[in-house]
Design a protein around this ligand. Sequence first.
Ligand SMILES: [Zn+2]
Length: 455
Amino acid sequence: MIFSVHTSLLFDPKRKAFLENVSVEVNSQTGAIVRLNPRRSPELDGPLRAGDIDLRGKVVLPGLVDAHTHVFLHSDRERFHSHQMRDESHVERIVRATNHARAALLAGYTTYRDLGTEALGCADASLRDCINRGLTPGPRLFVATEALASTGGYEMRSENRLARAGSPALNPTLPRASDAADGVDGVTAAVRRRVADGADVIKIYADYRRRAMRFPADVPGPGGTMLFPPDRRPRNQVTPLFSPAELEAIVAEAKRADLPVAAHAGEASTALMAVRAGVTTVEHIFEDSAGVMEDLLDEMARRETIWVPTLATAEEYFDEEKYARCKAAVKAAFDRGVRIAAGGDTGVFNHGGNAREVEILIEAGIPVIDALVSATSLGWMACGGDACGYRFGWWDDGNRADMVALDTDPRTDPKALRKVNFVMKDGRVWKCNGQPVGMVHVGGWPEEMDGASKV
Ligand SMILES: [Zn+2]
């Protein structure tokens, strides 16, 4: 069935403009946009037909994309993420994830680029498939399955290693937080494992605080604090996990499988290694100890590498000064023509608050229109563009019919993205007049039990 969604103000990420008086034709069978029909005035050309949706008076955007999420994590304030990985049952984490997916969808997020299950194996691929089969509501998931790190690079730490066997850097009594791989052959095989497990994107830790066991964390009470921590260097500085040859091998194998690569990089110097190796996106970049930010931004602009700065997480973790530095770096990157995609590392804070990242991009000085591009069409690019198998994040014939309507205009109301009135994904409405729609399936007497048929 074809129906129309009538709008009076529609944000177009490709033209970077708000269009007036457009009706969007949608095919409910294919879940795709059929065409855009401009109207001459806010008035409709005829009466509202059955099935049509009237969003005139609202501000309509393409469905939003969060380019960096962890659907299996909830707020660090509620429970620190490594404790969630260690102490929460798989069932609890999966039930929580279904709630997170629902919250995200109702917040207007129709796509998630989910960068690692954090010690839940490949459960993200299964959750993605459950959503795609219509078993539970949620954003369109593009998943990483397990993140790649080198041996001992991204692991849960424990000083109690009595039960350990095999590699000294691995503790088999704790769930594994990454798929550890080393050497050109090793990392190539690891990418192949991720492809085989159903990954949509290869997530790597290009650097991490892998020397955490050298100076274990302080705890309150007598003897809990190290008396003389090093004063010549940070206690747990991040260091690279992969050599340039390993990074290049990861990107080459991901390319063969037609998958994008997302590289976690705390330091600008590691980000530069990853960018030179040809990754699709770089996540975070919170420090520039080596003073290479200028070179990095030039290289990213030249190669069109996308930066996902996860400023919402910087806001959660860092003091005012460091947070301000992070925001200034993102604005400088934007001014140099670096592509910025909005992804909050959502899960570090709770799902449903995804739009905080877009608010911060605007607070950092990025124009509202460009921040909205970061949360729509650039999110699609971060998912791999056409290689991801779908088109979404802007308006075009055949694109997914993902749509969000806001009560207020983000150009004048800094909190507009919190006022989501309407959500459609793949042509199906999930929120209308600010209320959830169709979230619960109420079954009647099972048809197959009417006695007419046998197994
Ligand atoms: Zn993350």
